[in-house]
Design a protein around this ligand. Structure first.
Ligand SMILES: [Zn+2]
Length: 432
């Protein structure tokens, strides 16, 4: 359970402490017979101290779970590597007035918004378990407690953009990366940003209600959940070199009715909106799933980030001539990171939007080059980091050394796909 990745969303952190008190006080002994509970109560201490969303450097740790570019992101990454949680609950709060009043002349009503991981390449069995084993009982628990709820949604800070989006489908949030780590993963948000400590007990109670439900579901299904997650890890590893991998995708647009509140009268208001649904993801680009990726020895920075994610990285023990696919850059443009929030004041990060064409080639690989095999449980995390076209990729975020293209000359990424297993001796890289 992770609390307060965003500093001005305190109810999740408070609920984490309440949970710790309960568990250590012996009142949840039966749960602890079946479940090991790991609590990160305050993932963003600087933001909490200053009561702001972002980190000390202004960045958003909840968009840093693939890049691990911040100390907080790296710390959470280490927790994931060390403990390999089977189910993750990420606790946040959402804004009550800002944007909703300007766009819809209304206030937010729901107590709780929830969403599980919605990202391409996620094993289907994890989504099914999220829905059946966890979300359905959770909704019943909210109903019994008299708490209103909905899928998670947000809207951008662009006041002319009246679309409402479910949580994103990009592999960068804690929710989606935990999913690609083959865990059942939930985002939980309570109605709390911008209202100080108003309704604080209710907000913390909402989080605790959800935590109790998810813990109970976990304890009840402990064996089934463990078997499911282990199978997902095995299946992902076994898929190396076969089938396809989705490189980029988008949410689909539909219509949806929100229950909001009329600020004058306090009565309910049903507002129909354009709704970007993360439950139906449309594929934009896919490629064959490689056996692994080759990175020249010069790409130690990217190799290290992968290792920080818990990926096994090998190093070639000998020179070898390898049949690969290389990435010819067809477009590379400076761009700004897009997000369902699109808040200009948060100073969105600059990225390089890259398009490539893959083509067969034979390369002279050298002793010391990095080989990242996909026959490991984090294969879908690796592909999210290395396939270059998405804004969360290592290429887009300049964690790869991008070539300076001379006019009229083809430029290639320092990254190669190996269709099948590596045919050269390689040893596990120790990171030095
Ligand atoms: Zn948040």
């Amino acid at each position: 359970m992770i609390g307060q990745q965003h500093g001005n969303e305190p109810a999740g952190g408070e609920a984490a402490l309440a949970l710790a008190a309960e568990l250590s006080g012996g009142s949840s002994a039966q749960v602890l017979d079946h479940v090991n509970v790991l609590i990160v109560p305050r993932a963003n201490p600087d933001g909490a101290y200053h009561f702001v969303r972002g980190l000390k450097n202004g960045g958003d740790v909840n968009r840093d779970h693939l890049l691990l570019g911040t100390p907080e992101g790296q710390t959470l990454g280490r927790v994931f590597v060390q403990y390999q949680p089977d189910i993750v609950l990420d606790c946040h709060e959402f804004g009550v007035k800002l944007r909703w009043f300007e766009k819809f002349q209304s206030l937010q009503k729901y107590d709780a918004l929830i969403q599980y991981a919605t990202v391409s390449n996620l094993p289907r069995a994890l989504t099914d378990a999220s829905e059946q084993m966890f979300r359905q009982p959770l909704l019943r628990a909210f109903d019994q407690a008299g708490l209103t709820h909905s899928w998670y949604y947000t809207t951008s800070y662009d006041m002319s953009d009246r679309r409402v989006s479910m949580g994103g489908v990009v592999p960068d949030t804690g929710r989606n990366i935990a999913g690609l780590r083959n865990a059942v993963s939930f985002l939980l948000e309570t109605r709390g940003v911008g209202i100080g400590r108003a309704h604080y007990k209710r907000r913390v109670y909402t989080h605790l209600t959800a935590i109790h439900s998810i813990l109970a579901s976990t304890a009840r299904n402990a064996d089934a959940l463990l078997a499911l997650v282990r199978q997902a890890r095995k299946d992902v590893a076994n898929a190396a070199g076969t089938g396809e991998i989705i490189v980029s995708s988008v949410a689909s647009t539909t219509r949806h009715t929100l229950d909001l509140i009329d600020p004058q009268t306090g009565t309910d208001r049903h507002v129909e909106v354009d709704w970007r649904s993360a439950l139906e993801i449309q594929t934009r680009l896919k490629r064959s799933r490689p056996g692994g990726y080759l990175l020249p020895a010069s790409e130690g920075r990217a190799a290290r980030r992968l290792r920080d994610l818990g990926v096994t990285v090998l190093q070639l023990a000998e020179d070898a001539s390898l049949d690969v696919e290389r990435y010819r850059i067809t477009r590379a443009e400076e761009s700004k990171k897009d997000d369902v929030r699109r808040n200009e004041e948060e100073g969105s990060t600059g990225v390089v939007q890259i398009a490539t064409a893959t083509e067969a080639a034979t390369v002279a690989a050298h002793r010391g080059d990095f080989y990242v095999p996909l026959d490991q449980p984090l294969a879908n995390v690796i592909a999210a980091a290395l396939e270059p076209e998405t804004q969360s990729s290592y290429a887009a975020n300049r964690l790869l050394n991008l070539p300076k293209a001379d006019v009229g000359q083809a430029a290639f990424l320092p990254l190669y796909r190996l269709p099948a297993k590596l045919k050269a001796a390689a040893l596990v890289w120790d990171g030095n």
